[in-house]
Design a protein around this ligand. Structure first.
Ligand code: ADP
Ligand code: ZN
Length: 753
């Protein structure tokens, strides 16, 4: 072989390892090796799948040979590899695992089969790759360019021709849906040479609806067109440019996204739209499909491996101009990106919480920068950190201050639950419910799923127990009869009287949706009641079915968790009740006020989207809390002012950068010891590096045990990202916990339960 550079490749392997490995390319594979393809390689005593990163220079030592090349075409480009590398180094996560997470699961399932069954050759790999896909074909029709004299047509044939003229190439099933059995007229049209028949591969697409409702762009109102006119030049310039589109629900943000995307398409550029999983409803997808005739791919977690892989392949082949998806869609292999939209940018669900813990919202900005695309972060309640960045000029701030149809915002009332006997429904809420039922209005009753019975509150004065060091609520641990701070190691014995008012009625808070449902049925036996939470929506499509019923008005009262706080317009909903805002206000997280504000604003947005005005009632033991008071007054700026002051005083983001070191395992003692050792190493490194990083803990996690595994963590709070990354990179390289304990690093943790 003459070209020695090409005979060695660098391979990343999806294992918790920081290194990449060099392999020799045997001559018979020299032509098929290419960066971005997967290879099957010997690794220790095993054989594993890895990803070719590139060609390696001369390598010292004994090298092993690649066994086979698994893909006919590269799975990722050098640009995508650059994003993976960035993420691996920022999140301190092995590159091979990053790549694995970024590629669709369908591929990896096949390579696992491969690992089990194959010990040589491409033939097996190719078989498996073929076998793993199920491709369907369908018959399509399209008009042939007119030749010669126009033919006089009548009846169905004439209408079908007109239809094909309007909508372009159309499948047989859609034609039949619109015109009934069309075999005879289609046959005639083909014989006349007016229409051609084609067989096409179709993709499994659970969202596709064969409808041709057309949705024309709206005439933008003043603030919408101002926003539009700021974003468009940035897209034309082809530079990275980040925007915050800040507007209450119903202010027309989606319409702005749609028109910005339309502009991108006109320029031949593509668009990536990220939405929280829960907002990825058929309603939303329908809105895109009826606006745009281009290829649209939809990626969400409900897709089976094969379906996801189909969508991914369409994107890779360039058959798609718009990708709509939840979190992992940030890795969609879409080229020529014009814009990345991150809708509801404040949503915690953009953060992957297990394994490779990236945040898609943050990666959107990174990807936008790498690919010179515009990034639009949209929200009614932007993150405090986002708003801070906007005020500092690091994001362009665009506002849509009013609801499009000038609908008034609903009237929001806070109901003080203190010193009133422990009712799930206070009289004000019962009266409002009865009244709304009488008038035929629909009601949403909201209950926070996170309202575990884990924190203590005084029913008389509303006092909650907070950590003096960390400004978060203490979490009650029944077993030890103490309550603990889960950031540092502070703890207190469970009190019998309230230190605030000497009252003796200290209660554990938390109520389940099921109990609320029972209560409602007892109070209003004649009402049509439904419940929506993770128990009732585990089946495929069940979420959408419940919402459909709500839309059709066959539900009077819907009880649910945060799932019901999102979604689209339900004009019949005129009352929203929040059973208790306390669960959110008191989650042991420095963001609890922010979450409560978002939540109340969110549910407020659900009321009164039709013609009847809406009303919102919030039950709470903390009626004076600024998050609730500001949310009830629809005052984001006021809330920001209060909250940024709290962050400044306590030194939380944006005034610091956080990371969590998480340890888990089945042995409580080993995990605790591992956590202590890790904390000790971190403190030593802190001294050695002269780092200003604060190290809090170790402390047991709020959810101290999940699926049989005990959990502890250490929280790091650093003045700069660089310092945070430096100390953690060292710790990761130098400290190995005992084999039975798993350690992981979570940069910018979102959920610290
Ligand atoms: P958001 O995304 O902020 O909740 P939407 O874009 O969904 O707001 O707009 C809310 C409703 O108002 C939708 O039904 C939308 O079709 C309509 N709408 C948006 N912009 C306009 C406009 N300029 N003129 C008329 N209707 C509009
Ligand atoms: Zn603490």
């Amino acid at each position: 072989m003459t070209d020695t550079r090409r005979s060695i490749v660098q391979v990343a392997i999806p294992l918790p390892l920081d290194t990449v490995f060099d392999y020799l390319v045997p001559e018979h594979l020299a032509d098929s090796v290419q960066p971005g393809k997967r290879v099957f390689v010997p690794f220790g005593r095993r054989k594993l799948t890895g990803y070719i990163l590139g060609y390696a220079k001369e390598s010292t030592g004994e090298l092993k040979e690649i066994i086979s090349v698994l893909d006919p075409d590269p799975l990722f480009t050098s640009g995508e590899l650059e994003l993976y590398r960035w993420a691996a180094s920022y999140y301190l996560h092995p590159l091979g695992e990053v790549i694995k997470a970024a590629l669709p699961a369908g591929i990896n399932i096949e390579s696992r089969k491969q690992t089990l069954t194959s010990d040589n050759g491409n033939a097996v790999a190719e078989e498996l790759l073929k076998g793993g896909r199920s491709v369907k074909t369908e018959t399509f029709y399209r008009i042939l360019p007119a030749s010669g004299e126009p033919v006089g047509l009548r009846g169905k044939a004439e209408r079908i021709i007109a239809f094909l003229h309007d909508v372009g190439e159309t499948s047989r099933s859609v034609i039949c849906k619109n015109f009934g059995d069309s075999s005879a007229p289609l046959k005639k049209l083909r014989e006349l040479g007016l229409v051609e028949e084609l067989k096409r591969e179709v993709y499994r697409d659970p969202f596709r609806e064969d409808s041709f409702e057309h949705d024309a762009p709206q005439v933008l109102n003043g603030s919408q067109s101002l926003a539009f006119s700021r974003i468009v030049p940035a897209i034309n310039a082809g530079d990275f440019s980040p925007f915050l589109l800040h507007g209450v629900t119903g202010s027309g943000k989606t319409e702005v996204y749609l028109q910005v995307i339309g502009h991108c398409l006109d320029l031949g550029k593509n668009a990536l739209v990220l939405v929280p999983e829960i907002a990825l409803t058929p309603q939303l997808v329908r809105r895109f499909r009826s606006r745009f005739r281009c290829g649209i791919a939809v990626l969400h977690s409900g897709l089976a491996g094969g379906e996801r892989y189909d969508e991914w392949r369409r994107i890779r082949r360039g058959e798609v101009s718009i990708v709509i998806g939840a979190r992992s869609a940030i890795f969609a292999p879409l080229e020529r990106l014009g814009v990345i939209v991150v809708d509801e940018e404040h949503e915690a669900s953009y953060k992957q919480t297990e394994g490779f813990t990236y945040n898609a919202r943050d990666l959107a900005l990174v990807r936008g920068k790498m690919e010179k695309a515009v990034v639009v972060l949209g929200s009614a309640t932007p993150l405090i950190t986002t708003y801070h960045a906007a005020l500092q000029g690091r994001l362009h701030h665009l506002e849509l201050p009013e609801r499009v149809r000038n609908l008034p915002l609903p009237v929001t009332e806070i109901i003080d639950g203190r010193r009133r006997k422990g009712e799930t429904f206070l009289p004000e809420l019962v009266a409002a419910l009865a009244d709304n039922l009488d008038r035929g209005g629909q009601t949403l009753l909201f209950l926070n799923r996170r309202g575990f019975a884990t924190f203590l509150v005084c029913r008389d004065c509303g006092h909650v127990f907070r950590c003096p060091n960390c400004s978060v609520t203490l979490t009650y641990h029944r077993l030890k009869q103490r309550h603990y701070c889960h950031y540092c190691d502070f703890s207190l014995p469970a009190p019998s009287v309230c230190p605030g008012c000497n009252g003796a009625e200290i209660v554990l808070l938390g109520r389940g949706t099921e109990r609320v449902e029972e209560g409602v049925k007892e109070l209003f036996p004649e009402a049509r009641v439904a419940r929506m939470d993770s128990d009732t929506t585990s089946g495929k499509g069940s979420h959408a079915r419940i919402l459909k019923k709500l839309e059709e008005r066959s539900i009077d009262i819907l009880i649910g968790t945060q799932m019901i706080a999102k979604g689209h317009d339900y004009p019949g909903v005129t009352l929203v009740g929040v059973i208790s805002a306390d669960g959110t206000l008191n989650i042991p997280d420095f963001r609890s006020a922010e979450r409560a504000f978002q939540l109340v604003s969110q549910v407020t947005g659900r009321a009164g989207r039709g013609d009847a005005p809406g009303k919102v009632l919030i039950q709470t033991l903390a009626p004076d809390h600024y998050a609730l008071v500001r949310a009830a007054a629809h005052d984001f700026a006021g809330f920001y002012a209060d909250e940024i002051e709290f962050r400044r005083q306590t030194g939380y983001p944006p005034y610091s950068f956080l990371a969590a070191v998480n340890l888990s395992g089945t042995s409580a003692r080993e995990v605790e010891k591992g956590a202590e050792d890790a904390a000790r190493v971190l403190r030593e490194l802190r001294r050695e590096l002269g780092s200003r990083t604060e190290i809090l803990g170790p402390a047991p996690a709020t959810m101290a045990k999940i699926r049989g595994r005990f959990r502890w963590h250490i929280l790091l709070k650093a003045p700069t990202r660089r310092e945070l990354n430096r100390i953690l990179a060292r710790c990761r390289a130098e400290f190995k916990p005992p084999a039975v304990v798993r350690m992981s690093i979570d940069i910018d943790p979102v959920d610290m339960m």
